[in-house]
Ligand binder design. Structure first.
Ligand code: NAD
Length: 477
């Protein structure tokens, strides 16, 4: 228990795990083996900066090695600590199992406020942290593959990949030691947007099932739905942008560190993001809508869909009863505490759980890892062959029409779309869409198929734990 009288993040994950295993038929020994975190490595290292030696503390936690490599992001934040890293590593195990990414779960973190350091300093710190992890095989293409998380992105991943390559000059698979790299440094198209894109695909899939939509007391599709988003970082920005620009949802509020912007007419996400870029990440002073100094209070606004996309524990026992959204999509990891989850479920809210909702990132990371190991970009072999076959068909149809005087004409728009072979981005999006649909259906089957399973989170845990258990059993453990 922490000072707020609520379990810690890791305890929250354990309680959710136990709520699911209570409905499963696992031997107590196996249940314990799956639940516990295998190891956490703590490193303290010094870097000479600004004329003095600065000491940093970092972690890399490995939750489960039932499949290897293990996978999970590296977070840069002052709030990073062992409990948090272990909770996030556990979630990675369940997330990978749910979306059938063949990885165990891991997570890393560095106690640092990245905004306090300039780019060159951050590179020195990142390379030193990576060095400490690489020499212990806690970064390795076959054993442990990090990715971006809060406070890190393509730039940090490129430094880590380069550091690994420098220390392993003969490893032909060196690029696969980390994912989320920029495309020019071995990354994959569509990785930056992947988690937000996954949130969009998760919601699209949810809205395909009228019965599920009705459980949240909603109807229809995403068009016109009022959405509140917390955190306009990598995940929140992309989710909000795609939902508003492509699905017609209306983002009525965005909550950030220093307050919230509220506009019942809908916020232009691109404009707000650009504003933040010009104003040190602040939403204050944005010329449209109104400003609310208490950003967290925006979570309590009346809306159809609430998307917490910043950090954990933001919906807790203290505010859960005030949350009005009937549908909550956990784009962040662990945004709802165990206590708040109980309150919200009693109120009848439907929660699309983190291990599913934000799994787009690890899914596309999986594609990137496969690309790095196969040393060829997706679509390179088949794209033009696909276009050639489509062209044959179009030419044959046009020839038949002319020969038989049928007067058929194919619209220019159809021809352009039909004749375009799939490039890497199209294939990544297709693979992500398929993954999100399939994973939702596996959760849904348990949610609807077993009367004692009341919510999607428990269903997600049951699907994941069952898959991890099967792997352990087949190994003879
Ligand atoms: P990010 O650092 O890019 O963005 C986080 C955003 O939240 C920032 O804009 C920050 O200003 C804002 N924020 C921080 N504290 C806040 C507060 N108290 N109230 C409101 N806003 C606040 O991080 P991200 O990569 O978008 O990650 C966000 C969440 O999504 C985390 O929980 C992370 O674990 C999870 N996640 C990220 C990925 C990924 O691919 N990046 C994948 C899966 C899950």
């Amino acid at each position: 228990m922490n000072v707020t009288g609520e379990p810690s993040f890791r305890e929250s994950v354990d309680l959710m795990f136990r709520r699911a295993t209570a409905l499963m038929d696992l031997s107590p020994g196996l249940e314990e083996k799956i639940r516990v975190c295998n190891s956490t490595y703590t490193v303290r290292f010094g870097v000479r900066l600004r004329g003095a030696m600065k000491t940093f503390t970092g972690y890399r936690s490995v939750h489960s090695e039932h499949m290897e490599p293990v996978k999970g992001g590296i977070r840069y934040a002052l709030s990073v600590h062992q409990d948090e890293v272990e909770a996030l590593a556990a979630l990675m195990t369940y997330k990978c199992a749910l979306v059938e990414a063949p990885f165990g779960g891991s997570k890393g973190g560095l106690c640092i406020d990245p905004r306090e350091w300039d780019e060159h300093e951050l590179e020195q710190i990142t390379r030193r942290f990576a060095y400490e992890l690489i020499k212990r095989d806690l970064i390795n293409p076959a054993q442990n593959v990090p990715a971006p998380d809060m406070g890190t992105g393509e730039r940090e991943m490129a430094w880590i990949a380069d550091q690994y390559a420098r220390m392993n000059t003969t490893d032909i698979n060196a690029k696969a030691c980390v994912t989320g790299k920029p495309p020019h440094a071995g990354g994959i198209q569509g990785r930056v947007e992947a988690t937000g894109r996954g949130v969009q695909f998760a919601l699209r899939e949810f809205f395909r099932h009228a019965e599920d939509v009705a459980r949240a007391g909603l109807s229809g599709g995403l068009e016109g739905k009022k959405v509140v988003v917390q955190g306009l970082g990598n995940v929140g920005y992309h989710a909000a942008k795609f939902l508003s620009e492509e699905d017609g949802a209306k983002i009525i509020a965005v909550a950030e560190r220093d307050g919230a912007v509220v506009d019942p007419e809908g916020i232009n996400i691109e404009e707000l993001r650009q504003w933040m870029g010009r104003n040190q990440g602040s939403v204050k002073g944005f010329p449209y809508g109104s400003y609310m100094a208490d950003g967290a209070a925006a979570l309590e606004l009346a809306c159809d869909i609430l998307i917490p996309a910043a950090l954990e524990g933001v919906i807790h026992k203290g505010n859960a009863a005030n949350i009005q959204a009937p549908l909550i999509v956990e784009a962040a990891n662990g945004p709802i505490t165990f206590g708040a989850d109980e309150i919200l479920r009693e109120k009848g809210a439907v929660i699309i759980p983190d291990m599913y909702a934000n799994a787009g990132g690890v899914t596309v990371s999986y594609f990137e890892w496969v690309k790095n190991l196969s040393h060829i970009r997706f679509g390179r072999m088949q794209r033009r062959a696909e276009e050639g076959r489509s062209r044959l068909l179009v030419e044959e149809l046009e020839r038949l029409s002319a020969d038989k005087n049928l007067g058929w004409t194919l619209s220019a728009d159809f021809k352009q779309k039909f004749l375009q072979g799939s490039d890497e981005l199209a294939l990544v999006r297709s693979g992500l869409d398929d993954t999100m649909r399939t994973a939702y259906q596996s959760m849904r089957e348990v949610w609807h198929g077993r009367s004692e399973v009341e919510d999607l989170r428990t269903a997600a845990y049951i699907v994941s734990i069952d898959r991890v258990a099967k792997t352990y059993r087949s190994k003879g453990l």
